[in-house]
Design a protein around this ligand. Structure first.
Ligand code: GDP
Ligand code: ZN
Length: 365
């Protein structure tokens, strides 16, 4: 197999790029040379269990005009399964100060969820035009006490955007936050062509946009990508109760200086607990702890797909959720629906031999 690959390599250009969208068995790859290819994943990669995620750096073989095949997936720096994205370096959490009014509990819920990914976290507070400078300072001080240093900005008044652009440059950033805070406005301000691209290139892809699994990358003019993922915008606290405290910087700081008497302390009413106490978000911690415990109990009882997730501990104790192997029954359903989606999306494409996900003819290796 490798030999035939080498034989081909001098005939067809081998290129590096980033996967910017995935649907069914097709991958849009933005090459470093700025062209975009629609690629397949050859059976050879499937056989070795090599998945391809949005954000993956790939080596591609161009087969014909705007078409290609993924030859190799380069090692990932980071990997998230919900939303499914590789090589994201940071989460940019966006909230509005007004319209809708900033709610500290909801903000904390998103912060905790984002912290649980172990990616870097940056908080942006939009719509500064709707509050007084005094109120802005009040929020700044409050959130500083939580351990964050937010960027204040206004999309529609173009205020504070320079600092924000600097923060996003050259990286893959997941943008998250509740609806109505200005995420879409921000993306289309940073990347004016984005609407154009949505309308033209990925019109068909957009049909799948509202499924939580769908992620797409938008390239920033100064380099880097933004991932707009609906999967992140309604956070469930599917977090282990034992790790919850470490997702509050205030509590994490306490735990880095000293330890509680019990190593499995949940910081409620245990003796000699050093996390419990007089800090502003401690009541949020208790509230989220109840949710995390309830969620864990619910998952333990569920026999279906949702509970078919196991935790996998990777290096540095980072926790990832990984799907267990699908049952045959579930697999059949999922393949059929993918098959339908694929036809809707690519009805205008002239790709031959689309049988089903695994029945694609391998032309490229
Ligand atoms: P999304 O749901 O997070 O994508 O939010 P949208 O981008 O759709 O924005 C929601 C509303 O907020 C729209 O009516 C925007 O015009 C408005 N908006 C966005 N940025 C600002 C801002 O800086 N100031 C004010 N006052 N409104 C804004
Ligand atoms: Zn404790």
């Amino acid at each position: 197999m490798e030999d035939s690959l080498k034989q081909h390599s001098h005939e067809k250009a081998e290129l590096l790029g980033t996967v910017i969208a995935v649907q069914a068995n097709f991958y849009q790859v933005r090459l470093d040379s700025q062209a975009t290819l629609l690629c397949t994943r050859p059976t050879r990669l499937k056989k070795i269990g090599q998945k391809v995620l949005v954000g993956d750096r790939v080596r591609v073989k161009s087969t014909e005009f705007e078409r290609g095949a993924i030859a190799e997936v380069l090692p990932r720096k980071t990997e998230l399964l919900r939303p499914p994205i590789a090589n994201a370096e940071q989460i940019f959490l966006v909230f509005a100060l007004e319209e809708p009014t900033l709610d500290p509990v909801q903000l904390s819920r998103f912060l905790v969820k984002a912290e649980s990914t172990n990616l870097n976290l940056c908080l942006g507070l939009n719509k500064i035009d709707l509050i007084t400078y005094k109120k802005r300072e009040w929020w700044g001080e409050k959130i500083n006490n939580w351990g964050y240093n937010p960027i204040f900005f206004s999309v529609i008044h173009h205020q504070g955007l320079e600092q924000l652009i600097e923060h996003l440059r050259g990286k893959i950033t997941i943008i998250a936050g509740p609806s109505g805070v200005g995420k879409s406005s921000l993306i289309s301000t940073l990347i004016p062509e984005v609407n154009l691209r949505i309308g033209e290139v990925s019109g068909k892809l957009l049909k799948g946009r509202h499924t939580t699994r769908h992620v797409e990358l938008y390239q920033l003019p100064d380099g880097g990508f933004i991932a707009d993922s609906p999967g992140f915008n309604q956070p469930d606290l599917d977090i282990s109760p034992e790790s919850l405290a470490t997702y509050f910087p205030e509590a994490k700081l306490k735990l880095s200086e000293n330890i509680c008497r019990f190593s499995d302390c949940l910081h409620r009413d245990e003796p000699e607990c050093l996390v419990r106490g007089n800090w502003e978000r401690y009541e949020y911690y208790l509230k989220f702890l109840d949710e995390a415990i309830a969620n864990e109990q619910k998952l333990a009882k569920m026999p279906d797909e949702e509970s078919n997730l196991k935790y996998k501990v990777k290096e540095a104790g980072k926790r990832y959720v990984e799907p267990k192997l699908e049952t045959k029954k579930y697999r059949r359903i999922s393949r059929r629906s993918k098959h339908q989606k694929l036809h809707t999306m690519y009805e205008n494409q002239s790709l031959n031999n689309i049988e089903d996900e695994d029945g694609l003819r391998e032309d490229f290796s």
